[in-house]
Design a protein around this ligand. Structure first.
Ligand code: SF4
Ligand code: SF4
Ligand code: FES
Length: 247
């Protein structure tokens, strides 16, 4: 798929509508690039350009079609006579994470609208990441924070699920709270992470860091590109040949 903002000379041009105004754009562009080709500049609503940050949720209609379609602007290719608009951000509730108990009740108090879910499953159908949104909402209602955290792990916070919810909830913020509570306060701590943090605090890497700071950009690039990669299939005993910077 050719999606360069500057298209091939013979690329077919098609009409699209952005906030009601018509533009002619190359048919090979993504919505995001078509908007930029039309003269719009993204200040918000654009992040990774790679389908993983969720910033560019977009709704559109097609000529003669009753449906409202949704997609990520950076991943969806334009079609003739699309009527486009980006969706806004859905506000989350504020909380002080440090003082929040890692219990289902904390979630229920902050987001009582959870219980307005009517299990219509519209949220799951619209999700560009194929997250089982209704399943994580159901897990949240059961108070199963671990299941909600795991089921929502691939969520990119695009907000499209909230745009379809007749329960008026922003499901993804609730799931994010579950992931924070589970990951931060309930899941067993990783022992190797704690060991590494202790090593850092004990100054084990200070000498290597001081040396790294003397490198110029080219030397840093060389170290990065020539680094020894861990094989995709390695046992727990694998160690790089160079021990530079290691404890
Ligand atoms: S769960 Fe909602 S916010 Fe997350 S990726 Fe799916 S549609 Fe987007
Ligand atoms: S869209 Fe809202 S009401 Fe419908 S299943 Fe999803 S969370 Fe429940
Ligand atoms: S810009 Fe990040 S998902 Fe589209």
């Amino acid at each position: 798929m050719a999606t360069a903002t500057v298209p091939e000379v013979d690329t077919k041009m098609i009409p699209i509508f952005v906030m009601g105004k018509q533009y002619e754009v190359p048919e090979t562009l993504t919505i995001m690039k078509a908007l930029e080709y039309s003269g719009y500049q993204y200040i918000r609503g654009c992040g990774c350009r790679g389908g993983i940050c969720g910033a560019c949720a977009t709704v559109y209609r097609k000529a003669g079609d009753y449906k409202i379609y949704t997609g990520l602007a950076c991943q969806t290719v334009v079609e003739p006579e699309m009527y486009l608009a980006q969706i806004p951000f859905y506000p989350a509730n504020e909380y002080d994470f440090e003082t929040l108990d890692a219990t289902p009740e904390s979630v229920f108090k902050l987001y009582p609208e959870l219980f307005r879910c009517v299990a219509c499953n519209a949220c799951t159908k619209v999700c560009p990441m194929d997250v089982e949104v209704l399943d994580y909402v159901s897990a949240l209602k059961r108070g199963d924070l671990e299941a909600a955290a795991e089921l929502s792990f691939d969520c990119i916070q695009c907000g499209l699920c909230a745009s379809r919810c007749m329960g008026e909830m922003a499901q993804y913020h609730i799931a994010q709270l579950a992931r924070r509570l589970y990951g931060g306060k309930l899941a067993p701590k990783a022992e190797h992470l704690e060991e590494m943090c202790n090593d850092i605090e004990a100054g084990t890497f200070d000498e290597a860091m001081a040396e790294v700071k003397t490198f110029d950009v080219d030397a840093m690039k060389k170290i990065y590109t020539e680094r020894e990669m861990e094989p995709a299939m390695s046992d727990d005993e694998w160690k790089p040949e160079s021990s530079f910077g290691l404890a």
